[in-house]
Ligand binder design. Sequence first.
Ligand SMILES: [Zn+2]
Length: 404
Amino acid sequence: MNLREEAAAIEDELIALRRELHRIPEIGLELPKTQAAVLAALDGLPLEITTGEGLSSVTAVLHGGGPGPVVLLRGDMDALPVAEESDADYVSGHDGVMHACGHDLHTAGLVGAARLLSAHRAELAGDVVFMFQPGEEGFDGAGHMIAEGVLEAAGRPADAAYGLHVVSDMVPRGVFTTRPGPMMSASAGLFVRVVGAGGHGSRPHKALDPVPAACEMVTALQTLVTRRFSTFEPVVVTVGSLHAGTKRNIIPDDAVFEATVRTFSQDTAERVAEQAVRLCEGIAAAHGLTAEVRYDGEYPATVNRAEEADFVAETVRELFGAERYLEMPEPNMGSEDFSRVLQAVPGSYLFLGACAGDDHTLAAANHSPRAAFDDSVLADGAALLAELAVRRMRRGLTSSGATS
Ligand SMILES: [Zn+2]
């Protein structure tokens, strides 16, 4: 079988599907139009298909002709609340919603992998689970699908899992990249309301002004990162939202801000949680104010099994040539709920460069209203996912990375 050539033969249909999905972007856990498009695209394939109960997921199982490992392949399907700025002829038809992270390519690519592998069903020794997942962008769709049984969809637990994400500005178009070990950070949210007592801006001593205290917290959080955590222990705390007051001469009753927190280990995440809450409460108390502080854990760190990341690299090099693979020099501080799959199943996540222009370093980043992804990479993405499944099944029921 030559999956690269077979993928090229269905490229036009995959591109058409991707553009259809691009026109109907949907946010969150309920993606009815996207789900319908996926079900239509899978129609007629020898797959056992189930849809989610609490979310509009699609789980498709391909039972191979013989016994062997269960390989899970994942594609996320949701879009973002971003107003697209593009002059392509397949722009979003939903106001204020856009496939700004390229998940339309992931969905179409996973359909491609399902078609390629279905054509070789009888030759496969093992089963493949295709995980079409809603709600990656902050809705924990992966967690919901795991709770509904996606990891055991083939009738026994998955033995390996792979997922692919397109990037516009990280690597040149067509280049695959990953790394052994930690690849993406864990995320958490810090939510603070500083409660004072409002008054006239000319007489602050008669009020309890929450604004200077909130400002102090924002800067003290940065000091916390550098004074309480080792330089070799990555922590990012970014206050992305800060609101108080209505007019310059009115001291407001309260001030609110939110921060995203990125870390790489459970221990670090727990220490940031404890210390950030204490810091904000302590600063408020020092000024005679109070602080209501909430800290919510979101996604765990995305950690690739070393031998599985090496297996991905080797597969890319053999399928497409050494120039198509670059090892990520350092982890990425983004977060990803495929991390939940990788906590339970050995596997690897990877990125695929898909910048639309010639120079990826100038490309608008994922999540930008101007982010553009070139769907000429789709066929290769589908071929790689299918090839990973085939090779992993050939490796059999071992957990070691020995490849044939
Ligand atoms: Zn994404």
